[in-house]
Structures are given as C-alpha cells and as structure tokens.
Design a protein around this ligand. Structure first.
Ligand SMILES: C[S@@+](CC[C@H](N)C(=O)[O-])C[C@H]1O[C@@H](n2cnc3c(N)ncnc32)[C@H](O)[C@@H]1O
Length: 256
C-alpha cells in the first residue's frame, strides 16, 4: 500500500526499525478486539496495522496536513475514523482496549507523550493496554564538540563513562512531568568532560525493547560545565527537565 505523507512523516515511515517494533508489538497484542486509539496518528501507518485487529480505530492527529493524508490513506478502511484534533481537547466517547501513542522523543522531553497519556489514560479500560509500555533512560559523561543541546544523529563526541540507568517510566502510571534527579557517574579515563549523553530505550511490550533509531529517541547531548577529570573520579550532576515542555526546559548543575 502507498502512503501519502508530509516530509516529516515520510522520514518516520522510512525508519524501518521504529516501524517494525510497533508492528510487532501490535501483532503480539493480536486478537480481534473492540476499540483502539492511535494518538498522534501522523500518516496513519499505525492505524493501518491496527485496522486488522479492531472493530473501531480512533486516530487523532493535531497536524492538519498529516491528518488529511491519513484520511486519504485510510479512506477504504471503514473501521478507522481519523480526526484532526488535539488529543488534549478530544471528548472520548468510548473506552479503549488498547492505546497506541507514538509521541516519543529522547527522555520524553520534546514531545507530548506524557501530558497526552496523562489525559487519555482515563479513557482506557481497566484491563486495557498501552503501546509502548514504557521507557528506560540512561546517561553517560561525554566530551562533546557543540556547545548547545542537540540530538546525536551525526554529532561528534567522546564517551567518558559507562552509560548508567537513571530513570524508568511505565505508561500505565500517572507520570509527573517535572523530572529532577542527581546523577553520580564515574569517569573511566582522564580528560575533559563537558556534556551528558542521554539514551532512551523504548519498551514496546514485555518482550520487545527498541534502542534509539534515527526517528525514535536519537541520543540527546546536553552541555554541562567543563571539568578536567581523572579516571574513577565521581562526577555529580543535578539534571532537571519538564517532560512535554521541550529541550529548553533542561537544566543542569554540577554538584561540587
Ligand atoms: C512521532 S509522530 C508519529 C506519527 C505516527 N503515529 C507514526 O508512527 O508514524 C507524532 C505525531 O503526533 C502528533 N501530535 C503531537 N501532539 C499531539 C496532540 N496533542 N494531539 C494530537 N496529535 C499530536 C504530531 O503532529 C505527530 O504527527
């Protein structure tokens, strides 16, 4: 099947690892059931996967060009209803057996996964399921070339520590978007550290974990105050951000 898309959603469609992980998780869920929501449906690709398994698929998309594409792409699927609306304003009339929400980005900072799920979770049946199930965040010390926050696609940096898991979220729980933690990370060589690299792993379900892909949580590099370190030095950093409020909400402080 050919999909009409915007440029951004075309890149999402071409990220096969991202797509395969969602495809497999939806297949694993399987069975013919009642109602699924596809929140932030974009071109409608995940609704297309869901349409084989559900009596009704409600696909919501805030972007009018993308939702127009999704409507055209899914016009022949009588069980899929595409609506151009902000999920946060939508009046859900039926509870869902499954919510699929791919508004993911590294550590959930730059997209609306957390506020959207905090809103939509109230309309999930008690025994309902959310795909993805959650995320795991890890962090390492780096020496990075650029002096501003950026995603890793082609970034140049040198690692100065192991990657340490610092937070995990299960999407079935209400999540406080205000995140704050103290990181204590041991340098593994001598040199200069001036940044943190955050890596997010997506748990699609109990059996599928997807690491970063170009369009699903590419690693995020965050500058910190420059420090000369010796191997085995412990670097202590306070890291704060608001999930859903963008990378401008990220704050770091070295704890001396
Ligand atoms: C990462 S894309 C995923 C698109 C599609 N589900 C896919 O997997 O290819 C996230 C989509 O969520 C939409 N979105 C973001 N915030 C939204 C909101 N509050 N309500 C509805 N859609 C939203 C964006 O416009 C974007 O199309």
């Amino acid at each position: 099947m050919k999909f009409k898309t915007t440029k951004y959603h075309f890149d999402l469609l071409n990220d096969y690892d991202r797509l395969a992980s969602f495809f497999e998780a939806i297949n694993d869920y399987g069975g013919l059931t009642n109602v699924a929501y596809d929140l932030g449906c974009g071109s409608g690709i995940l609704s297309y996967f869901l349409s084989s398994y559900f009596d009704e698929v409600l696909a919501l998309e805030i972007n009018s060009s993308a939702s127009k594409c999704a409507k055209e792409n899914l016009a022949d699927f009588g069980n899929v209803n595409v609506i151009n609306e902000d999920v946060l304003n939508h009046n859900f009339e039926k509870k869902a057996d499954l919510i699929v929400c791919e508004m993911m980005d590294t550590a959930l900072i730059d997209e609306e996964q957390v506020p959207v799920l905090n809103h939509a979770r109230r309309f999930l049946k008690e025994d309902g399921t959310i795909i993805p199930k959650g995320i795991i965040n890890s962090c390492e010390l780096v020496n990075m070339q650029r002096e501003y926050i950026h995603w890793d696609e082609c970034a140049v940096y040198e690692s100065y520590s192991d990657s340490v898991i610092y937070s995990e979220f299960d999407f079935s729980d209400e999540i406080n978007p205000d995140f704050e933690t103290e990181l204590h990370i041991k340098a593994n060589k001598d040199g200069t550290v001036n940044g943190l690299k955050i890596t997010t792993f997506t748990k699609l379900n109990d059996n599928i974990i997807c690491g970063p892909t170009p369009m699903l949580n590419p690693p995020l590099l965050i500058p910190i105050e420059e420090q000369h370190v010796k191997s085995k030095d412990l670097i202590n950093v306070k890291l704060k951000y608001i999930m859903g409020n963008g990378i401008e909400s990220i704050k770091t402080d070295i704890l001396w």
